[in-house]
Structure formats: structure tokens, C-alpha cells
Design a protein. Structure first.
Length: 670
């Protein structure tokens, strides 16, 4: 057996299990101990997430957050941020000022120096100095100092002014008293990020200004004075050189300013604030503030904060917010006996709002030093409990507004279910050939723009239309009587309705959010119904379906109404057609001689119309009349209301319409 201990050629020590020539490469001398702020400079990503533009501006957030903590604690009323050159930033508050006396644990250093040179040092651990704060780990100031080429701190405290300078985290001297400050108090920090860490990056005036606006909105009443040299603002940027940023109503004012004159708000903003339950020791449990706007269209947004710290990845406070909204609307639907409200989910509600949420809680827990996500489990229960009763009161205070919002959100839920059903259908039929309804008589031409499909009422009309059509360019789909009224039907009923499924499959372009006009199989979709009241009702039901489920079909000009005549007028060899009673009387007077015995034939329906007459009057492109269905964008709100009142779920709206317009009806053809 070979010896377990071998010597290397250089005469080194024998290594157990080693081989000849092996040299020890890893020993105690290789264990490096980083002291002070050196870990921050070596691995900045561990503390600020990296060295990119976001990390660069995160330094500004850390210093501004300290000033905001003083304001939230009630010790500061104003903050100033000044961009001094493209790489130097100054933040000042009128709070208590950082303590300047010697630190008990480090008697040869001031508390200020300890804060700026020692990781995990600060006044926010015990909770004695701040009930709620954004700085939790005691690394914000020291990290900024470590990553700055130079940093200056001035403190006005006890009527005296102190100053200390640093370079890359190292004090350039002890804290010095530099004079009297009888009319001043607070802390001023001026710093320049280190180009050795961040390269040639610089501050963005627009980004810093937005940061100030968001912070000011989070604590109603606090004023942030913004200043910047004009040369630092990019051309075309509307960032002011100087502004006093203040939101007396907090998030409500901020959201109102953000939305501007947005035309498609469904209701006034819902905003408020509430205290959270007291802690076990009797101290404040914090508070929650919110502002919510409900949008008919546009991108949904939710900006959330905890102790003035942005949480772009959300967290437990957002979970409580979502739960309160969903349960609130479900409860309102239950109260109004709207069974479909039970299907509402967070996706349906949150996808229709622009909102801001801010919570102040003690000792919050975040995911990482950059605090992008709140992980405090208790926050979900606290926020939901604070908002739950308040949303019930808000909805109950304006029932009409609450009903409108509920209807809108229920429709979103139904649309979501339709999308899911459509995806399931597509997944199941992905390997199958195109399936068309058995009742469809298709045309032969493949170019969709040169073809058209007639939607007709019943098999009898379908038979006549098939004989009268041009087989190459005209398709016919007979529908069984009056289709389902989609404005008042549930998603389940729509999904189960065979007529609507046949219609959707025949057109091939999908419905709702899955609609794709490029997949439309025909250039024109023509509704062809009898020229009587029943025919008009069926046409209304079909137009409601297209307006609700395929609005882009109308928007792109593909939907038309055929105009079949109601009467045929004959005298001798002359035949003319009349659309209605008035047209009949007019044509008898203008098309025939006086006292002529005109034979008047009233068509009972398309199915009873001779094929020759149907083709000549209604289906022949050279001689027919088509009405194109349009929905004017500027009248969208009025159109929505009219469709809802005449075709929706509330019969009282139709009754009111009839009462208001009854006197305008001169004759009903029954």
C-alpha cells in the first residue's frame, strides 16, 4: 500500500491524501475579513441591487427616506432636494437633526459618524425614536456614504451647526462645530456618487422630481422644495427648475393630478385613510391611506408604498387591498341579488382601476435591502380589516354608482370566462380541421374581402336565400328565430347557446379579447331579416351581440343591414317595391297613373318571398340597398347607455324609455 503522505518537489509540508507535486493553495491566510464599509464597495449589488441607473437613483431614495421618516414622525414639516450639477445631490430637512453627542459604545466617535460609517447603526431598531419608518436595517446612510466619492453632512441642533466630511466612506476629520444656528434645525446631506463604482452615470432631474412628488403624496401636508439648474433638464422635458411640491389631500390629490382630465372614469375617486389597530404596548399600530379610480378603458395601475418606501413588486399590503375590494363587490352583488357577482375575482377588479395605496406599520419586513416587496404577514389582515367596512359604506352611500360599477366588473368577469373558454376550445381543436356549422351554406371564393355572409331568420328564409344567392361569393347561415339577448344573459347561457356558437364559428374571428379581424372569413356580414317588427327585433338582438362581443367588426365597417321590401306593387307589366306603408302610398302616387288598379302584395317574410324578388331586391349587389352599421367614437358613452337601457337586464329602464318616447310614435304596424 502506498504511503498516504507524499512530499512535494519543493519540499513543502506533507499533505494527507495528496499527490507528488501538490502545493497547498487554500489556508487561513486566504480568509479575507472585510471591515467597516469595505463590503459595500466590494459588493454594492448586495445593498442597492447593482450599479445601474436604478441603483444610482436608489442612493437618492435612501437619503430622502431618512428625511421623510422625520416628517412622518411629526418632527419635520419641510424637506428640500436640490440637484447641484449632474452628479451632486443635496437633501435637507427641518427635523430634529442627527444626534451629535458621543456614542456610548464608541465614546471617541459622535453618533453621526457612527451612523455614516457603521453598517446596521441607526435610530430605528428599538422603535423609541420612530413609531414607523422606512429605514429598518440601519444601512441606508452608511451605504450611500460608502458609495460616494464625497459626502458632506451638516446638522443644526441645539442652536449650533455641526459638519463632517467623508470620502468613499472614510471620515476626513472628526465632527466639527462650525458656528451658531439660532434659527435653523435639521439635517443636510450633500453627496456625489463615486465614478469608480458607477462609471459616468448621472442623476436625471425628471426622475428625481417624480420621486419628490411621490414622497410628498405619501404624507399629506409635508412640503418638498425642489430645485434644479435649468441646464440639467433635457430638451422637451417639462420638469420645473423650482417647485414647492405639496398634496394637502395626500394620495387623492396625487392620483387626481396623475389622471388629469381622463374622460373614461366610471365614478368619482374613492379615497380615504384609516388608523390600524393599536399595538400590544398601546402605541400606534400605523395607518393605511388609499385612492382608487375606476377606469372604463386604459391600463390599470397600482402604486403601493410602505412607510413611504415604494414597493413595485407589491406584497402583503396589496393582498389585503385586493381582498377588501373583491369581497366588497361580491357582498354588494349579493345584496342586490346579482348572482353573477359570485364569479368576481381580483383580476376583474384590479384590471379596471388606477390606484395608490400607502401603509405605515411598525417593524415591516421587506424582501431584500432595496425593499421592493413587503412580506409582513400581518399587513394583509390589517389592511383588509381597515378597508372592508369602508368600501361597504362607500358603495351603499351611492347605490346607482355602485350598481354601475358592479355591472362593469361583472362584465369583465364574464369576458374573462369567455377568454378561458375560447382558449380551452382552441386547445382541444388545435389538431382538428376547421369545423363549420352544419347549417352554413358556404361560398366557393377564397378571398375573404370579396365574399359576404347573410344571417337570416329560420330555415324557410334560409332556403330562399340559398336559391337566390351567388354561390361563388355569397354564404348563408340560417338562425333559429330570435337569438339570445347577450346584454341580459349570463356567460353560462351564452356559452351554451348553439346559435351564437354557430355564428362565431362561421365568422372565424373569435369574440371579446380574442377577436382578430384578420381571421374574419367574409368581407361583409349582412343581417337579413323580415321587414316587420319581429324582423327589426331580431336585427336588434344581432346588432347587440356584435356590439358587445365583436365591436371591432362594426368599427372596421364589416356589419351591414339588408333592406328587403315589405310590399310588391304591380300594374300591368310594371312592378315596383315599397319598404313600408308610407313608401307604398308614395310609390302608388308617383309610379302609377291616377286611378290605376295597382295590385298590392305584402310579403309575409323572406321565406314566403319568391326567389326572383329576393335576389332582385335584396341580394343582388347591383340593385340592392345595404345599410352599414356604425358606432361613432364620440358617442360611445351614449351608445353604451342606450344599449344597456333598451337591451340590458333592467326592465325598468325600457319602461322609462317607452314612457318618455310614447308620444313620438304615430303608427305601429302590428
Amino acid at each position: 500500500m502506498s504511503d498516504l503522505f507524499d512530499s512535494d518537489k519543493s519540499g513543502g509540508k506533507k499533505v494527507p491524501g495528496g499527490r507528488k507535486g501538490a502545493t497547498p493553495e487554500y489556508g487561513a491566510q486566504d480568509i479575507e475579513v472585510l471591515e467597516g464599509l469595505e463590503p459595500v464597495r466590494r459588493r454594492p449589488g448586495m445593498y442597492i441591487g447593482g450599479t445601474d441607473d436604478n441603483a444610482y437613483h436608489h442612493l437618492a431614495s435612501e437619503i430622502l427616506d431618512n428625511a421623510m421618516d422625520e416628517a412622518v414622525a411629526g418632527h419635520a414639516t419641510s424637506i428640500e432636494m436640490r440637484l447641484e450639477g449632474s452628479r451632486t445631490l443635496m437633501v435637507r430637512d427641518n427635523g430634529r437633526g442627527i444626534p451629535t453627542d458621543p456614542h456610548p459604545k464608541f465614546p471617541d466617535k459622535s453618533a453621526l459618524e457612527v451612523i455614516f460609517t457603521t453598517l446596521h447603526a441607526g435610530g430605528k431598531f428599538s422603535g423609541k425614536a420612530y413609531d414607523t419608518s422606512g429605514g429598518l436595517h440601519g444601512v441606508g446612510s452608511s451605504v450611500v456614504n460608502a458609495l460616494s466619492e464625497k459626502l458632506e453632512v451638516e446638522v443644526a441642533r441645539d442652536r449650533l451647526l455641526y459638519r463632517q466630511d467623508f470620502a468613499r466612506g472614510i471620515p476626513l476629520g472628526p465632527l466639527a462645530e462650525i458656528g451658531n444656528a439660532p434659527n435653523r434645525r435639521g439635517t443636510t446631506v450633500r453627496f456625489t456618487p463615486d465614478p469608480e463604482i458607477f462609471g459616468s452615470q448621472h442623476f436625471s432631474a425628471a426622475r428625481l422630481y417624480r420621486l419628490c412628488c411621490s414622497k410628498a403624496a405619501l404624507f399629506r401636508g409635508v412640503a418638498i422644495q425642489w430645485k434644479c439648474e435649468a441646464s440639467l433638464i433635457k430638451a422637451g422635458d417639462e420638469t420645473p427648475t423650482e417647485a414647492l411640491i405639496q398634496f394637502p389631500n395626500g394620495l387623492e390629490d396625487a392620483l387626481t393630478a396623475e389622471l388629469g382630465e381622463k374622460p373614461d372614469l366610471l365614478s368619482p375617486l374613492w379615497a380615504g385613510e384609516a388608523e390600524l389597530p393599536l399595538a400590544a404596548d398601546g402605541r400606534t399600530g400605523g395607518k393605511v391611506e388609499w385612492a382608487v379610480a375606476f377606469l372604463e378603458s386604459g391600463n390599470a395601475t397600482l402604486s403601493s408604498y410602505c412607510n413611504t418606501i415604494p414597493t413595485p413588486q407589491g406584497g402583503t399590503h396589496e393582498a389585503g387591498f385586493r381582498a377588501a375590494l373583491v369581497k366588497g363587490f361580491r357582498a354588494w352583488g349579493d345584496q342586490r341579488k346579482v348572482k353573477r357577482a359570485a364569479a368576481i375575482t381580483a383580476e376583474d377588479v384590479m384590471g379596471a382601476i388606477a390606484a395608490k395605496l400607502s401603509v405605515f406599520i411598525r417593524e415591516p419586513q421587506f424582501q431584500g435591502q432595496t425593499k421592493d416587496r413587503l412580506t409582513t404577514q400581518e399587513a394583509t389582515r390589517l389592511v383588509e380589516g381597515a378597508l372592508r367596512d369602508r368600501i361597504d359604506h362607500w358603495l351603499g352611500g351611492n347605490p346607482q354608482q355602485a350598481d354601475n360599477l358592479l355591472t362593469f366588473i361583472v362584465e369583465r368577469a364574464e369576458e374573462r370566462l369567455r377568454r378561458r373558454e375560447s382558449k380551452d376550445t382552441a386547445r382541444k381543436s388545435a389538431t382538428r380541421k376547421l369545423r363549420l356549422p352544419g347549417k352554413l351554406t358556404d361560398c366557393t371564393r377564397e378571398n375573404a374581402s370579396e365574399t359576404e355572409i347573410f344571417l337570416v331568420e329560420g330555415e324557410s328564409a334560409g332556403g330562399s336565400a340559398r336559391q337566390a344567392r351567388d354561390r361563388e361569393t355569397q354564404a348563408v347561415l340560417p338562425l333559429r328565430g330570435k337569438i339570445l339577448n347577450v346584454a341580459s344573459a349570463t356567460v353560462d347561457k351564452m356559452r351554451a347557446n348553439q346559435e351564437l356558437r354557430d355564428l362565431t364559428e362561421a365568422l372565424g374571428c373569435g369574440v371579446g379579447s380574442t377577436f382578430d379581424v384578420s381571421k374574419l372569413r367574409y368581407g361583409r356580414v349582412i343581417i337579413m331579416t323580415d321587414a316587420d317588427v319581429d324582423g327589426a327585433h331580431i336585427a336588434s338582438l344581432l346588432m347587440t351581440f356584435f356590439y358587445r362581443e365583436m365591436p371591432d367588426l362594426i368599427r372596421h365597417g364589416h356589419l351591414h343591414l339588408a333592406q328587403p321590401p315589405l310590399y310588391r306593387l304591380t300594374h300591368g307589366a310594371k312592378t315596383v317595391y315599397a319598404m313600408n306603408d308610407q313608401d307604398r302610398e308614395r310609390r302608388i302616387k308617383t309610379e302609377f297613373k291616377a286611378n290605376a288598379k295597382v295590385e298590392v302584395s305584402r310579403f309575409k317574410g323572406l321565406g314566403e318571398m319568391p326567389v326572383t324578388d329576393l335576389k332582385q331586391t335584396t341580394m343582388d349587389p347591383a340593385r340592392r340597398t345595404l345599410l352599414r352599421v356604425v358606432a361613432l367614437p364620440e358617442d360611445r358613452h351614449t351608445t353604451n347607455e342606450r344599449v344597456e337601457s333598451l337591451m340590458g337586464r333592467k326592465p325598468e329602464l325600457r319602461f322609462r324609455f317607452i314612457q318618455e318616447h310614447a308620444r313620438s310614435v304615430e303608427d305601429l304596424d302590428v
